[in-house]
Ligand binder design. Sequence first.
Ligand code: BES
Ligand code: ZN
Length: 969
Amino acid sequence: MSMARSAAVLVLGAVLVLTSPAAGDVGVDAMPRGGRKMMGAIGEARGVVVRYFAKGANVKAAAAAAPPPRPAPAPAGSPDQFRGQPRLPRFAAPRRYDLRLRPDLVACTFNGTVAIAVAVSAPSRFLVLNAADLSVDRGSIRFRDVAPKNVVIFADDEILVLEFAKELPLGEGVLNMKFNGTLNDQMRGFYRSLIVSFERVLFLSFIYLVPFDCSKYQYKGKMKNMAVTQFEPVDARRCFPCWDEPAFKAKFKISLEVPSELIALSNMPVANESVAGPIKSVLYEESPLMSTYLVAVVVGLFDYVEGVTPEGTKIRVYTQVGKSNQGKFALDVGLKSLALYKDYFGTPYPLPKLDMVAIPDFAAGAMENYGLVTFREVALVFDEQSSSESSKQNVAITVAHELAHQWFGNLVTMEWWTHLWLNEGFATWMSHLAVDSFFPQWNIWTQFLGDTTAGLRLDSLEESHPIEVEIHHASEIDEIFDAISYDKGASVIRMLQNYLGAERFQKALAAYIRKYAYSNAKTEDLWAVLEEKTGEPVKNLMTTWTKQQGYPVINANLKGDYLELEQAQFLLDGSSGPGMWIVPITSGCSSYDTQKKYLLKSKSDKLAIKDIASQCGTRDKGGNFWIKLNINQTGFYRVKYDDELAAALQNALQAKKLSLMDKIGIVEDAHALSMACKQTLTSLLRLLYAYLEETDYSVLSHINTVSLSVARISFDATPGLVGDIKQVMIKLLLQPAQKLGWDPKDGESHLDAMLRPVLLDSLVRLGHEKTINEGVRRFRIFLNDRNTSLLPPNIRKAAYLAVMQNVTSLNRSGYDDLLKVYRKSAESEEKARVLGVLCSCKDKNIVLESLNFLFSSEVRYQDAYYLLQGIPVETREIAWVWLKKNWDLISKIAGDTQVGGLIRYVVTLFTSNEKAAEFSSFFATRKRPAFERTLKQSLETVRINARWIQGIRSEPRLAQTVRELLQRP
Ligand code: BES
Ligand code: ZN
């Protein structure tokens, strides 16, 4: 940096002011920011879809959240007037970007130029756009060939303000600039990803005596780095200066200069390519109107498989070199998805090609970049031999989800992040619709209740937020990719579709897509089209669900010949909030033949039983009589039945009269009501026992999670009884587990293959000796023969967990064997599986060693979170001590977005108010906006559990009931 230039950089608080027009570049916020979204479970079945980022991270209701402090009003005419604004001013808007990027994969830097055709629509001397972590060469900046008189960068706001001497002429002009930056390792913006793993590089450098240098991954002259972009939500500005908001749609003409031997992809097909020795220059066709967060570039070494749609659209799936066969399943789902969505939306896929690429280091699960969808490897590749059945389902759902975005999100884009749920809720819902049509035998809508459960769970906290959430600052956007936007979003769409009818709903959605194609829409725009096309009061109904946080519990009481219904907001802390909803009530009485639908619009209502169904009029109590509300759980609410109705339902359940979805709804509502102390644990246990003969995958997945939750809470609530309670749970799960056995049966169903690991994993966790011994036995055989048929991928985790049950500091051979499996495996799925069990051990030293493994170069950033899963309650204290002790390091490694998730994993293992207070005081001096809300949500969960424990301790008949259930044949 020259003296003249460094003198020109005046640091004023967080603001860099550049006063000299001298040539050179200026560092913008060079501090690397932390890692990205947090990852969840590897494709192991949890009853549902797997998501990889901080979905649970919670945001306070926007309306109630305090806006970030605004700077004092700036004098008009000064660049300061643009500080502290949630959105860019709208007097200038980009129409077209000519973007040229030159990544250097050895030095891990890039430079670029951009020419933006900007339309100025109101008089101003300023252009205001986004830039962050970039060095913009301010000497290169010209608008209509005029240099700005002043260039100011507000790092906090991630904006670049160009001040010109004279007012800008109205109409279109071109803004030119040059910039450069770092190909970072944070999986955001323009970043580098390692084609080979760290340990492989270390190993190779050892074998071939090549010095190991972190920034120069060359092996035998081949490039080991790749350059990738991840821009959603607000990181395009980390790659090039731009109007980085979804409503500023523009056309993109991208070109790249890259090493000749590498594959270089972008959103559009290649228009022209010229090779000059080691460097090639690739120019892509101009894109249609699109938002910046969907722009993408991938440069690396790949193999691919290819297909073509009947319309001639080429689809490719790019995988690691040598593994293109593993892309075939995703390709097939991709082709089917494009066909289905084309019909569903009545609009063809808008681009000439579609690429789907597996990226070795990837923060989320997948990203829907227009025409160039990127995935973490486990969410795209599937191999009959080495992948599990749940991975297969996860690939299908993920591909269908990202391709749904090509219409819902990419063609029609949310106007602002407040409407993010229009993207994520709809893509989640659509992916189930698509997968249900491709794989009807998967019963995916029944599995969808796992998503609904996640939405209901988060939304029963005070610290939840409405679906439509106000965004005051870019830093708040990451947090809303959570169970509210995805799961509550998708669930209320299902509720609405069910209310309007599938066909009417589809027609109206297709009209909406056509109306807003290549443009942006808000939630109310969708309601308006739906209202117009169906004549139903969609806006009034849906606003109660999208603008208000929480959901109701319907109290159902039988009084004479009437069913009394009353709604109240359901909260897990036992209180009842002020919310009121328009609730689409459905009900069935004694059969599914005649169902009743109506809208509950007031606090309470009374229905004549004879009106619900004719059979109910002559009800014969104790016989076949039952009433179920929220048929098939299409509504986003819970139901609390009075004793008589609850008993009737339990009878119907045992008599196998109820649908799979209703069986799930009943146990989930009972579980939540028990946590809120509205129902006893004793009655929940009796209800669980009514599922003794259940065989369905989805139902048993829910029974399983509820059982594990009960076992976990009884560890603290009734330590003397926990052993017996676990035995009851084992009794429940053992019967279906024995039926399935360890070995897959010829031609067995997808769902049975998915159910087996759910049951075996839990039996191991619950301490079932025989299952543990069998797991260990199979693991031993597997160690000697990795291809043994005794340990296929579906059941491998159960065996690994079994091995971990016996591991202690003095007897650690099983642990070392697992580490060997980790180190030798080249499969991401296998690595994630091992990481996911390493903390599942009751020995404190081993858990500590596993936690510290996170700091080693052997674990990719993207995989760090697998490790923190499954810490048993017995070793939670060591995890907390570890977190405290290594806080500075952990918070640095995890970065802004992952750190909240990490805290949540550890904090929610605890169940006492004292502990909640301890966490509070520890974090009091370490507060950061990045995790403040997640922390609050986690503390709320701890206190809810503390209250639940008090409730359980006062139950007089618990011990007796447990013994009675154990003795039953
Ligand atoms: N748009 C998201 C990816 C994303 C998430 C970008 C968070 C930025 C922040 C993508 O469509 C998505 O939802 N991916 C899911 C997978 C899906 C199957 C639910 C994911 O990453 O887990
Ligand atoms: Zn999505």
